[in-house]
Design a protein around this ligand. Structure first.
Ligand SMILES: Cc1ncc(C[n+]2csc(CCOP(=O)(O)OP(=O)(O)O)c2C)c(N)n1
Length: 530
């Protein structure tokens, strides 16, 4: 009976569009494992992992890459709890992570029986639904959207291998618009009202999941306002929009003042921005009105007006309906001042070539056109946005900005990496790397994949060096003198240690490679001070 029950569950998930299954085996989930292994498919869709936390973060990377739901299967007990960080991240990133957890029969709950935990509802509000199932019980998936994780908790009684094994049927043509499941209220009126009320406006473009950028580019050109592009918008390097770019977001408030370009409104498009200016809007510039436009439910700022919509359709509609133009007094002066401060920053890269900031410029210059780049949280995402080249290379950039965690980052990178992209680069802080030592597990199951894993080893969590000064702050950095040579060896990656940009320029990247970059701390500090 367990076998028929398992087959029904997996069939439903396949019909719903689950593209791959990551199996973290234990005894309790064996009926589901057996079922999965008996699926007849030309393509490999079942993979094994041993570490649930890493498997779930890897699945997030696969969702980003495939734009389809991906499932992780665990056994019962603490194995289920290991999924929580990735579930939280996928909730805030709007990704359809499917958690299938095996459980002991309901009658065992609350008794202290071995491996019988309170698994029903364990992910609380971070899942769109939790289906707690015993033999004979059913569930309906299509009611739920594809922009939140879901949990299916399956109770199995002994004997685990009971019933007849029916291989589930594969559904080849499940086509769904995964990221556009909200009620499409194209509230163009609301945006036009906001624009009408604005004297002058800037735009912030953050994380976007658009398949095509054409309508967005036209939309931005039509609005004709200064735009700050974060790298995860994947439009930062778009040369068609050069005339609108804010290059020096660090100096935005200074330049606003000196050019008397007193923008009173901000339109944010996409996910929650990384740059400090977003926090400034929350804490210091409360009189500036903020409008948020996103495919996900979160505005990222409590006081912002917000529309959840299908962005592609929304931009299309906005262009047809014609958006109101804004005068944006003194905007030319602002563009000039912005460029001046940006030129000064470029000089700093020459003055402090071994600083962490400068290394990000040289790294970005090194990466081949049409590569995938995953940038981890803490300083890497900030320094990339600050210093990466603006040369248009058609990179596909991703990051996990749902909750900005430093956990599971290598796993997510590996999931996102692709056999068909020119190169795959993942850039991580040293503590972030230490956090995910099992993160390369899947590499042996993808023999054709080539990756360059960069560890910026500044010997601790240097984000806190500026943020939390003093000896108490130093305590928070978790300083160390570890290196990553043996980590590379353990996973069969070639290893190279880089201490200067010239070494980086000369580097050949053919094999799977771990590049440990040691920036100069003093130069990094001095860069930041100027
Ligand atoms: C799971 C998790 N724990 C703690 C934090 C808080 N945190 C943010 S950045 C950071 C330090 C990161 O250090 P490292 O990876 O070396 O990067 P660096 O700061 O040097 O750029 C920590 C602990 C977090 N974001 N996520």
């Amino acid at each position: 009976m367990n076998r028929e029950f398992s087959s029904r569950i997996i069939s439903k998930l396949l019909a719903w569009g689950v593209a791959e299954f990551y199996v973290c085996a234990g005894a309790r989930n064996f009926p589901l494992v057996e079922t999965l292994l008996n699926i007849k498919s030309d393509k490999k869709i079942i993979f094994n992992h041993f570490e649930e936390r890493s498997a779930a973060f890897y699945a997030l990377g696969r969702i980003k890459s495939l734009k389809k739901p991906v499932a992780v299967l665990t056994t019962s007990g603490t194995a289920v709890g290991e999924l929580l960080p990735a579930v939280m991240e996928s909730y805030y990133s709007g990704l359809p992570l499917v958690c299938i957890t095996a459980d002991r029969p309901r009658s065992h709950r609350g008794t202290g029986a071995p491996q019988a935990a309170e698994q029903n509802g364990i992910f609380g509000s971070y899942v769109s639904a939790c289906f707690d199932l015993e033999i004979g019980e059913d569930f309906e998936l299509p009611l739920y959207n594809y922009s939140q994780p879901i949990h299916i908790n399956v109770c199995f009684d002994e004997p685990l291998r009971s019933g007849v094994l029916n291989p589930p049927r594969l559904f080849c043509n499940v086509k769904r618009d995964l990221f556009c499941q909200y009620d499409y209220k194209f509230d163009l009126k609301k945006l036009n009202l906001f624009i009408n009320k604005s004297k002058s406006l800037i735009i912030i473009l953050s994380h976007l999941k658009l398949k095509k950028n054409g309508t967005l580019i036209t939309f931005l050109k039509a609005l004709d306002c200064p735009v700050y592009f974060e790298s995860t918008s994947n439009l930062r390097e778009c040369t068609q929009l050069n005339h609108l770019k804010i290059y020096s977001a660090d100096n935005i408030w200074k330049n606003r003042k000196t050019s008397s370009f007193n923008f009173d409104s901000v339109l944010k498009i996409g996910g929650t921005p990384t740059h400090r200016l977003w926090r400034d809007l929350d804490e210091k510039y409360k009189d500036i009105k903020v409008f948020s436009l996103n495919e996900h439910i979160f505005s990222g700022l409590p006081r912002a007006e917000h529309i959840t919509t299908n962005l592609s359709v929304f931009f299309d509609l906005s262009i047809k309906e014609k958006l109101k133009k804004i005068t944006n007094k003194n905007v030319n002066k602002f563009y000039i001042n912005d460029k001046k401060t940006f030129e000064n920053q470029k000089e700093l890269i020459k003055k402090f070539p071994n600083s962490e900031q400068a290394f990000f410029y040289y790294l970005s210059a090194k990466i081949k056109n049409k590569s995938r780049v995953f940038i981890s949280n803490s300083m890497p995402i900030r320094y990339w946005d600050l210093c990466a080249t603006y040369k248009q290379k058609n990179l596909y950039i991703e990051a996990s900005r749902g909750l900005n965690g430093i956990d599971g980052q290598i796993s997510t990178f590996l999931g996102f990496a692709c056999e068909f992209s020119a190169q795959n680069w993942g850039i991580f802080g040293d503590l972030t790397t230490l956090y995910d030592f099992a993160g390369l597990w899947m590499i042996k199951q993808r023999p054709k994949l080539r990756i360059n894993l960069v560890v910026i080893n500044n010997s601790g969590g240097k984000i806190f060096r500026k943020m939390l000064p003093g000896w108490e702050g130093e305590f928070c950095q978790n300083n160390h003198n570890l290196n990553f040579k043996n980590f590379a060896q353990m996973w069969d990656l070639k290893y190279v240690k880089i201490v200067s940009p010239n070494q980086l320029k000369r580097l050949k990247c053919h094999n799977n490679l771990l590049i440990e970059i040691i920036p100069d701390l003093e130069q990094t500090d001095n860069f930041g001070l100027e």
